[in-house]
Design a protein around this ligand. Structure first.
Ligand SMILES: Nc1nc2c(c(=O)[nH]1)N[C@H]1C(S)=C(S)[C@@H](COP(=O)(O)OP(=O)(O)OC[C@H]3O[C@@H](n4cnc5c(N)ncnc54)[C@H](O)[C@@H]3O)O[C@H]1N2
Ligand code: MOO
Length: 417
Protein backbone atom coordinates (compact mmCIF):
# COMPACT_ATOMS: atom_id res chain seq x y z
CA UNK A 1 0.00 0.00 0.00
CA UNK A 2 3.00 2.25 -0.42
CA UNK A 3 2.07 5.74 -1.42
CA UNK A 4 -1.36 5.79 0.18
CA UNK A 5 -0.58 8.55 2.67
CA UNK A 6 1.74 10.79 0.76
CA UNK A 7 -0.05 13.45 -1.21
CA UNK A 8 1.03 16.76 -2.62
CA UNK A 9 4.11 17.01 -0.42
CA UNK A 10 2.03 17.24 2.80
CA UNK A 11 2.40 14.70 5.53
CA UNK A 12 -0.72 12.95 6.70
CA UNK A 13 -1.13 12.61 10.46
CA UNK A 14 -2.26 9.13 11.43
CA UNK A 15 -2.83 7.25 14.66
CA UNK A 16 -0.43 4.80 16.25
CA UNK A 17 -2.84 1.86 15.80
CA UNK A 18 -3.42 2.56 12.12
CA UNK A 19 0.27 2.98 11.40
CA UNK A 20 1.27 -0.20 13.23
CA UNK A 21 -1.34 -2.15 11.23
CA UNK A 22 0.20 -0.74 8.06
CA UNK A 23 3.73 -1.79 9.08
CA UNK A 24 2.46 -5.28 9.94
CA UNK A 25 0.94 -5.57 6.46
CA UNK A 26 4.19 -4.85 4.61
CA UNK A 27 6.15 -8.09 4.81
CA UNK A 28 5.48 -11.78 4.48
CA UNK A 29 7.30 -14.71 6.13
CA UNK A 30 10.73 -15.59 4.72
CA UNK A 31 11.69 -19.11 3.59
CA UNK A 32 12.05 -22.05 5.99
CA UNK A 33 14.81 -24.39 7.10
CA UNK A 34 15.08 -27.43 9.34
CA UNK A 35 17.52 -27.08 12.20
CA UNK A 36 18.67 -29.01 15.27
CA UNK A 37 16.76 -27.74 18.29
CA UNK A 38 19.53 -25.69 19.89
CA UNK A 39 20.13 -23.82 16.62
CA UNK A 40 16.51 -22.66 16.41
CA UNK A 41 16.54 -20.46 19.51
CA UNK A 42 14.62 -17.23 18.82
CA UNK A 43 13.17 -18.53 15.54
CA UNK A 44 9.53 -19.12 14.62
CA UNK A 45 7.81 -22.43 13.87
CA UNK A 46 6.89 -22.83 10.20
CA UNK A 47 4.37 -25.66 10.69
CA UNK A 48 2.28 -27.18 13.49
CA UNK A 49 4.22 -29.65 15.61
CA UNK A 50 2.66 -32.77 17.13
CA UNK A 51 3.87 -34.86 20.06
CA UNK A 52 5.60 -38.08 18.99
CA UNK A 53 5.86 -39.12 22.64
CA UNK A 54 3.61 -38.47 25.62
CA UNK A 55 4.95 -36.54 28.60
CA UNK A 56 5.68 -38.38 30.79
CA UNK A 57 6.19 -41.24 28.31
CA UNK A 58 5.38 -43.89 30.98
CA UNK A 59 4.00 -44.04 34.55
CA UNK A 60 6.95 -43.34 36.83
CA UNK A 61 7.96 -42.53 40.36
CA UNK A 62 8.18 -38.95 41.68
CA UNK A 63 10.27 -40.06 44.68
CA UNK A 64 13.08 -42.35 45.72
CA UNK A 65 11.24 -45.02 47.71
CA UNK A 66 9.22 -48.21 47.31
CA UNK A 67 6.56 -49.11 44.77
CA UNK A 68 3.61 -50.88 46.36
CA UNK A 69 -0.07 -51.61 46.05
CA UNK A 70 -1.79 -49.08 48.35
CA UNK A 71 -4.00 -51.90 49.72
CA UNK A 72 -0.89 -53.75 50.98
CA UNK A 73 0.20 -50.84 53.19
CA UNK A 74 -3.24 -49.76 54.44
CA UNK A 75 -2.74 -51.23 57.93
CA UNK A 76 0.46 -50.30 59.74
CA UNK A 77 2.93 -51.45 60.74
CA UNK A 78 3.61 -53.67 57.74
CA UNK A 79 6.76 -55.29 56.41
CA UNK A 80 6.97 -56.38 52.76
CA UNK A 81 9.57 -58.40 50.87
CA UNK A 82 11.54 -56.28 48.35
CA UNK A 83 11.37 -58.26 45.11
CA UNK A 84 13.32 -55.99 42.72
CA UNK A 85 15.30 -52.80 42.39
CA UNK A 86 14.28 -50.26 39.72
CA UNK A 87 16.80 -47.55 38.92
CA UNK A 88 15.86 -44.80 36.44
CA UNK A 89 16.47 -46.10 32.92
CA UNK A 90 15.57 -49.73 33.65
CA UNK A 91 13.57 -51.02 30.69
CA UNK A 92 12.71 -54.59 31.79
CA UNK A 93 10.65 -54.02 34.93
CA UNK A 94 8.82 -57.16 36.16
CA UNK A 95 5.25 -57.13 37.48
CA UNK A 96 4.76 -56.42 41.18
CA UNK A 97 3.28 -59.47 42.97
CA UNK A 98 0.65 -58.73 45.63
CA UNK A 99 2.14 -58.42 49.13
CA UNK A 100 5.60 -57.34 47.91
CA UNK A 101 7.39 -54.05 47.27
CA UNK A 102 10.08 -52.92 44.82
CA UNK A 103 12.72 -50.33 45.52
CA UNK A 104 12.29 -47.54 42.97
CA UNK A 105 14.14 -44.30 42.12
CA UNK A 106 12.78 -40.96 40.97
CA UNK A 107 11.92 -41.15 37.26
CA UNK A 108 12.07 -44.95 37.13
CA UNK A 109 9.14 -46.79 35.50
CA UNK A 110 6.40 -47.91 37.85
CA UNK A 111 6.01 -51.70 37.70
CA UNK A 112 2.65 -52.95 36.50
CA UNK A 113 0.60 -54.02 39.50
CA UNK A 114 1.91 -51.11 41.62
CA UNK A 115 -0.24 -48.02 42.11
CA UNK A 116 1.63 -46.04 44.77
CA UNK A 117 5.14 -45.04 45.83
CA UNK A 118 6.09 -44.51 49.45
CA UNK A 119 9.15 -42.35 49.86
CA UNK A 120 12.14 -43.82 51.64
CA UNK A 121 11.92 -41.34 54.54
CA UNK A 122 8.68 -43.06 55.56
CA UNK A 123 10.34 -46.47 56.04
CA UNK A 124 12.25 -47.94 58.97
CA UNK A 125 16.07 -47.69 58.64
CA UNK A 126 15.66 -45.17 55.84
CA UNK A 127 19.43 -44.61 55.57
CA UNK A 128 20.22 -48.29 54.90
CA UNK A 129 17.28 -48.65 52.57
CA UNK A 130 19.08 -46.52 50.00
CA UNK A 131 22.41 -48.40 50.22
CA UNK A 132 23.78 -49.69 46.90
CA UNK A 133 22.11 -53.08 47.44
CA UNK A 134 18.34 -52.99 47.89
CA UNK A 135 17.20 -54.36 51.31
CA UNK A 136 15.53 -57.79 51.41
CA UNK A 137 12.50 -56.36 53.15
CA UNK A 138 11.12 -52.97 54.10
CA UNK A 139 8.92 -51.83 57.00
CA UNK A 140 6.60 -48.94 56.31
CA UNK A 141 6.07 -46.35 59.05
CA UNK A 142 3.45 -44.37 57.13
CA UNK A 143 0.93 -45.23 54.50
CA UNK A 144 -0.11 -43.24 51.42
CA UNK A 145 -3.25 -42.87 49.37
CA UNK A 146 -3.55 -44.71 46.06
CA UNK A 147 -1.60 -42.94 43.33
CA UNK A 148 0.67 -41.02 45.71
CA UNK A 149 4.05 -40.09 44.20
CA UNK A 150 3.16 -41.56 40.82
CA UNK A 151 3.52 -39.42 37.69
CA UNK A 152 1.08 -40.70 35.10
CA UNK A 153 1.95 -41.21 31.42
CA UNK A 154 0.54 -38.40 29.29
CA UNK A 155 -0.54 -36.19 32.18
CA UNK A 156 1.32 -33.23 30.60
CA UNK A 157 0.64 -34.00 26.91
CA UNK A 158 -0.58 -37.13 25.11
CA UNK A 159 1.18 -38.64 22.08
CA UNK A 160 -0.31 -37.29 18.86
CA UNK A 161 -1.56 -34.06 20.44
CA UNK A 162 -0.83 -30.66 18.85
CA UNK A 163 2.14 -29.30 20.79
CA UNK A 164 2.90 -26.00 19.03
CA UNK A 165 1.09 -24.07 16.33
CA UNK A 166 2.89 -22.61 13.33
CA UNK A 167 4.01 -19.04 13.97
CA UNK A 168 5.27 -19.46 17.53
CA UNK A 169 8.61 -18.07 18.62
CA UNK A 170 10.92 -20.68 20.13
CA UNK A 171 12.99 -20.13 23.25
CA UNK A 172 14.66 -22.45 25.75
CA UNK A 173 11.40 -23.78 27.24
CA UNK A 174 9.70 -24.40 23.88
CA UNK A 175 12.78 -26.15 22.49
CA UNK A 176 13.23 -28.36 25.55
CA UNK A 177 9.51 -29.21 25.27
CA UNK A 178 10.11 -30.30 21.65
CA UNK A 179 12.99 -32.51 22.80
CA UNK A 180 10.72 -34.10 25.41
CA UNK A 181 8.01 -34.94 22.88
CA UNK A 182 10.40 -36.69 20.54
CA UNK A 183 11.82 -34.10 18.13
CA UNK A 184 15.49 -33.52 17.40
CA UNK A 185 14.93 -31.04 14.57
CA UNK A 186 12.40 -28.30 13.95
CA UNK A 187 11.19 -26.56 10.81
CA UNK A 188 11.41 -22.79 11.28
CA UNK A 189 11.52 -19.63 9.21
CA UNK A 190 15.11 -18.61 8.76
CA UNK A 191 16.06 -15.42 10.58
CA UNK A 192 15.21 -12.45 8.36
CA UNK A 193 18.30 -10.47 7.42
CA UNK A 194 17.75 -6.86 8.40
CA UNK A 195 19.96 -4.10 7.07
CA UNK A 196 20.51 -1.19 9.45
CA UNK A 197 21.46 2.21 8.24
CA UNK A 198 21.97 5.27 10.44
CA UNK A 199 22.30 8.57 8.67
CA UNK A 200 23.67 11.91 9.77
CA UNK A 201 26.87 13.86 9.03
CA UNK A 202 27.23 14.58 12.75
CA UNK A 203 27.73 10.92 13.61
CA UNK A 204 31.03 9.40 14.74
CA UNK A 205 31.70 5.76 15.53
CA UNK A 206 31.44 4.72 19.20
CA UNK A 207 34.72 5.52 20.97
CA UNK A 208 35.89 8.11 18.43
CA UNK A 209 36.68 11.61 19.62
CA UNK A 210 34.30 14.42 18.71
CA UNK A 211 34.60 17.84 17.18
CA UNK A 212 32.07 20.42 18.36
CA UNK A 213 28.77 19.56 16.64
CA UNK A 214 29.48 15.84 16.34
CA UNK A 215 27.90 13.05 18.40
CA UNK A 216 28.55 9.33 18.80
CA UNK A 217 26.35 7.01 16.75
CA UNK A 218 24.41 5.18 19.46
CA UNK A 219 21.46 4.19 17.26
CA UNK A 220 23.38 1.56 15.26
CA UNK A 221 24.21 -0.32 18.46
CA UNK A 222 20.68 0.03 19.80
CA UNK A 223 18.99 -1.07 16.60
CA UNK A 224 21.29 -3.97 15.78
CA UNK A 225 20.81 -5.49 19.22
CA UNK A 226 17.05 -4.92 19.16
CA UNK A 227 16.92 -6.59 15.73
CA UNK A 228 18.79 -9.56 17.17
CA UNK A 229 16.52 -9.74 20.23
CA UNK A 230 13.48 -9.63 17.95
CA UNK A 231 14.67 -12.67 15.99
CA UNK A 232 16.37 -10.99 13.03
CA UNK A 233 19.92 -11.21 11.72
CA UNK A 234 21.47 -7.76 11.95
CA UNK A 235 23.72 -6.29 9.30
CA UNK A 236 24.90 -2.75 9.89
CA UNK A 237 25.32 -1.36 6.38
CA UNK A 238 27.07 1.86 7.20
CA UNK A 239 26.81 4.99 9.23
CA UNK A 240 26.10 7.12 6.27
CA UNK A 241 26.76 10.74 5.54
CA UNK A 242 23.92 13.00 4.48
CA UNK A 243 24.84 12.33 0.85
CA UNK A 244 21.98 10.80 -1.19
CA UNK A 245 24.39 9.23 -3.72
CA UNK A 246 26.18 7.39 -0.90
CA UNK A 247 22.85 6.18 0.48
CA UNK A 248 21.70 4.97 -2.95
CA UNK A 249 24.99 3.13 -3.56
CA UNK A 250 24.90 1.49 -0.12
CA UNK A 251 21.35 0.23 -0.65
CA UNK A 252 22.06 -1.09 -4.13
CA UNK A 253 25.19 -2.88 -2.93
CA UNK A 254 23.48 -4.71 -0.06
CA UNK A 255 19.94 -4.99 -1.39
CA UNK A 256 20.42 -8.43 -2.95
CA UNK A 257 20.55 -10.32 0.33
CA UNK A 258 18.35 -8.23 2.63
CA UNK A 259 14.85 -9.25 3.79
CA UNK A 260 14.10 -5.91 5.44
CA UNK A 261 15.65 -2.56 6.10
CA UNK A 262 15.64 -0.18 9.07
CA UNK A 263 17.00 3.33 8.85
CA UNK A 264 17.35 5.93 11.59
CA UNK A 265 17.45 9.68 11.13
CA UNK A 266 16.76 11.97 8.23
CA UNK A 267 12.97 11.68 8.16
CA UNK A 268 11.70 14.97 9.59
CA UNK A 269 11.52 18.42 8.02
CA UNK A 270 15.21 19.33 7.80
CA UNK A 271 17.12 20.45 4.71
CA UNK A 272 19.44 17.41 4.77
CA UNK A 273 16.91 14.67 5.52
CA UNK A 274 18.54 12.29 3.11
CA UNK A 275 16.49 9.18 3.85
CA UNK A 276 13.25 10.94 3.09
CA UNK A 277 14.66 12.69 0.03
CA UNK A 278 15.99 9.47 -1.49
CA UNK A 279 13.21 7.04 -0.62
CA UNK A 280 9.98 8.96 -0.99
CA UNK A 281 10.04 8.60 -4.76
CA UNK A 282 10.85 4.91 -4.33
CA UNK A 283 7.76 3.57 -2.60
CA UNK A 284 8.20 4.81 0.96
CA UNK A 285 5.48 6.82 2.74
CA UNK A 286 6.63 9.50 5.14
CA UNK A 287 3.98 10.35 7.68
CA UNK A 288 3.45 12.00 11.04
CA UNK A 289 2.18 9.57 13.60
CA UNK A 290 0.28 11.21 16.44
CA UNK A 291 2.69 10.02 19.08
CA UNK A 292 5.62 11.19 21.19
CA UNK A 293 8.36 10.22 20.88
CA UNK A 294 8.54 8.91 17.34
CA UNK A 295 6.35 11.30 15.37
CA UNK A 296 8.05 11.35 11.96
CA UNK A 297 8.02 7.88 10.42
CA UNK A 298 8.50 6.29 7.04
CA UNK A 299 7.62 2.83 5.75
CA UNK A 300 6.86 0.95 2.58
CA UNK A 301 8.22 -1.53 0.09
CA UNK A 302 11.41 -0.65 -1.76
CA UNK A 303 12.87 -2.40 -4.76
CA UNK A 304 16.53 -3.20 -4.22
CA UNK A 305 18.54 -5.29 -6.68
CA UNK A 306 15.25 -6.28 -8.34
CA UNK A 307 13.56 -7.47 -5.11
CA UNK A 308 10.86 -5.75 -3.08
CA UNK A 309 11.58 -5.57 0.61
CA UNK A 310 9.80 -3.85 3.50
CA UNK A 311 11.46 -0.88 5.08
CA UNK A 312 10.84 1.23 8.17
CA UNK A 313 12.49 4.61 8.49
CA UNK A 314 12.71 5.71 12.10
CA UNK A 315 13.40 9.21 13.39
CA UNK A 316 16.96 9.89 14.55
CA UNK A 317 16.40 10.81 18.20
CA UNK A 318 17.55 7.79 20.24
CA UNK A 319 14.50 7.44 22.52
CA UNK A 320 12.29 7.80 19.44
CA UNK A 321 14.34 4.99 17.88
CA UNK A 322 13.84 2.76 20.92
CA UNK A 323 10.07 3.32 21.02
CA UNK A 324 9.76 3.05 17.23
CA UNK A 325 11.77 -0.18 17.20
CA UNK A 326 9.51 -1.69 19.84
CA UNK A 327 6.25 -0.79 18.11
CA UNK A 328 7.19 -0.74 14.39
CA UNK A 329 10.66 -2.24 13.79
CA UNK A 330 9.85 -5.35 15.81
CA UNK A 331 6.47 -5.60 14.10
CA UNK A 332 8.14 -5.70 10.68
CA UNK A 333 10.66 -8.31 11.85
CA UNK A 334 7.90 -10.42 13.44
CA UNK A 335 6.00 -10.49 10.14
CA UNK A 336 9.11 -11.51 8.19
CA UNK A 337 10.01 -14.10 10.81
CA UNK A 338 6.57 -15.71 10.51
CA UNK A 339 5.13 -14.76 13.94
CA UNK A 340 1.40 -15.31 14.17
CA UNK A 341 0.62 -13.23 17.27
CA UNK A 342 1.94 -9.69 16.98
CA UNK A 343 -0.33 -8.05 19.54
CA UNK A 344 1.38 -5.96 22.21
CA UNK A 345 0.96 -7.55 25.65
CA UNK A 346 -0.43 -4.46 27.40
CA UNK A 347 -1.16 -4.63 31.11
CA UNK A 348 -3.14 -2.07 33.07
CA UNK A 349 -1.25 -0.47 35.96
CA UNK A 350 -1.87 2.45 38.28
CA UNK A 351 0.51 5.40 38.18
CA UNK A 352 2.49 6.38 41.28
CA UNK A 353 2.90 10.01 40.23
CA UNK A 354 1.53 12.65 37.88
CA UNK A 355 3.06 13.74 34.57
CA UNK A 356 2.21 15.84 31.55
CA UNK A 357 1.66 14.40 28.13
CA UNK A 358 1.69 16.14 24.74
CA UNK A 359 -1.60 17.45 23.44
CA UNK A 360 -3.05 15.53 20.52
CA UNK A 361 -0.28 12.87 20.49
CA UNK A 362 -0.25 9.53 22.20
CA UNK A 363 2.68 9.26 24.57
CA UNK A 364 5.04 6.35 25.09
CA UNK A 365 6.56 7.03 28.49
CA UNK A 366 9.64 5.00 29.50
CA UNK A 367 8.69 3.69 32.95
CA UNK A 368 9.71 1.52 35.88
CA UNK A 369 7.62 -0.13 38.60
CA UNK A 370 8.01 1.41 42.05
CA UNK A 371 6.21 -0.14 45.04
CA UNK A 372 3.62 -1.66 42.74
CA UNK A 373 2.94 1.57 40.83
CA UNK A 374 4.23 2.77 37.48
CA UNK A 375 6.40 5.92 37.33
CA UNK A 376 8.60 7.56 34.67
CA UNK A 377 12.02 5.91 34.48
CA UNK A 378 13.94 9.19 34.25
CA UNK A 379 13.37 12.73 35.45
CA UNK A 380 13.36 13.89 31.82
CA UNK A 381 10.26 11.79 31.10
CA UNK A 382 9.79 10.87 27.47
CA UNK A 383 12.31 13.39 26.08
CA UNK A 384 13.52 11.84 22.86
CA UNK A 385 17.22 12.76 23.21
CA UNK A 386 17.77 11.22 26.68
CA UNK A 387 19.82 8.29 25.43
CA UNK A 388 21.80 7.78 28.63
CA UNK A 389 18.72 7.52 30.87
CA UNK A 390 17.07 5.08 28.47
CA UNK A 391 18.81 2.19 30.18
CA UNK A 392 16.67 2.69 33.29
CA UNK A 393 13.53 1.83 31.32
CA UNK A 394 11.72 -1.39 32.13
CA UNK A 395 8.50 -0.70 30.28
CA UNK A 396 6.58 1.66 28.03
CA UNK A 397 3.40 3.28 29.36
CA UNK A 398 0.89 4.29 26.69
CA UNK A 399 -1.17 7.44 27.18
CA UNK A 400 -3.81 7.99 24.45
CA UNK A 401 -3.72 11.13 22.30
CA UNK A 402 -6.83 12.65 23.91
CA UNK A 403 -5.32 12.62 27.41
CA UNK A 404 -3.03 15.54 28.20
CA UNK A 405 -2.30 14.95 31.86
CA UNK A 406 -1.75 11.87 33.98
CA UNK A 407 -2.70 12.17 37.67
CA UNK A 408 -1.33 9.97 40.45
CA UNK A 409 -3.50 6.84 40.64
CA UNK A 410 -4.67 6.95 37.01
CA UNK A 411 -4.79 3.66 35.12
CA UNK A 412 -2.39 3.37 32.18
CA UNK A 413 -1.54 0.60 29.75
CA UNK A 414 2.04 -0.66 30.19
CA UNK A 415 4.15 -2.94 28.01
CA UNK A 416 6.76 -4.46 30.32
CA UNK A 417 9.92 -5.21 28.38
N1 LIG B 1 10.74 21.57 11.86
C1 LIG B 1 10.62 20.37 12.42
N2 LIG B 1 11.67 19.85 13.03
C2 LIG B 1 11.57 18.65 13.61
C3 LIG B 1 10.33 17.96 13.64
C4 LIG B 1 9.25 18.55 12.96
O1 LIG B 1 8.12 18.00 12.92
N3 LIG B 1 9.44 19.75 12.35
N4 LIG B 1 10.23 16.78 14.28
C5 LIG B 1 11.13 16.58 15.39
C6 LIG B 1 11.02 15.23 15.85
S1 LIG B 1 9.66 14.87 16.74
C7 LIG B 1 12.02 14.32 15.68
S2 LIG B 1 11.88 12.78 16.40
C8 LIG B 1 13.24 14.62 14.94
C9 LIG B 1 13.51 13.52 13.91
O2 LIG B 1 14.52 13.94 13.10
P1 LIG B 1 15.19 13.08 11.97
O3 LIG B 1 14.58 11.76 11.89
O4 LIG B 1 15.23 13.84 10.75
O5 LIG B 1 16.61 12.79 12.58
P2 LIG B 1 17.90 13.67 12.56
O6 LIG B 1 17.54 15.09 12.33
O7 LIG B 1 18.86 13.02 11.69
O8 LIG B 1 18.34 13.49 14.07
C10 LIG B 1 17.52 13.84 15.16
C11 LIG B 1 18.39 13.86 16.42
O9 LIG B 1 18.87 12.56 16.68
C12 LIG B 1 20.29 12.53 16.69
N5 LIG B 1 20.76 11.32 16.01
C13 LIG B 1 20.55 11.01 14.74
N6 LIG B 1 21.12 9.83 14.42
C14 LIG B 1 21.69 9.39 15.54
C15 LIG B 1 22.46 8.24 15.84
N7 LIG B 1 22.72 7.30 14.91
N8 LIG B 1 22.92 8.09 17.10
C16 LIG B 1 22.64 9.03 18.04
N9 LIG B 1 21.91 10.15 17.81
C17 LIG B 1 21.46 10.33 16.58
C18 LIG B 1 20.68 13.75 15.89
O10 LIG B 1 21.95 14.20 16.18
C19 LIG B 1 19.59 14.74 16.29
O11 LIG B 1 19.87 15.31 17.53
O12 LIG B 1 13.11 15.82 14.26
C20 LIG B 1 12.58 16.91 15.04
N10 LIG B 1 12.65 18.10 14.25
O1 MOO C 1 8.53 12.53 18.07
MO1 MOO C 1 10.09 13.06 18.19
O2 MOO C 1 10.32 11.43 18.11
O3 MOO C 1 9.48 13.83 19.62
O4 MOO C 1 11.28 13.11 19.32
Amino acid sequence: MAGRWFSGGRRTVISFDEYREHVLSLGSPVSTETLPLHAADGMVTAEPIFARFAVPPFDNSAMDGFAVRADDVADLPVTLRVSADIPAGRTDVPELEPGTAMRIMTGAPLPSGADTVIQVEKTENAGQNMASEAPEEVTFLETASTGANVRMAGEDIAAGELALEAGVRLGPTQLSALASIGHGYVCVHRKPVIGILSTGSELRRPGESLLPGQIPDSNSTLVRLMVRAAGGKDVVLSTSSDDPAHLAATLEKHGAYLDGLITTGGVSAGAFDVVKEHLRSRGVDFVSVAQQPGKPQGSGLVTLAGRQIPIVCLPGNPVSVFVSMKVYGEAMIATLAGMRDTTIPWQTWQTGTSWRTPEGRAQFMPVVAENGFVVPAASGGSGSHLVYSLMKTRGLAYVPADVDEIAEGDAVKVWWL
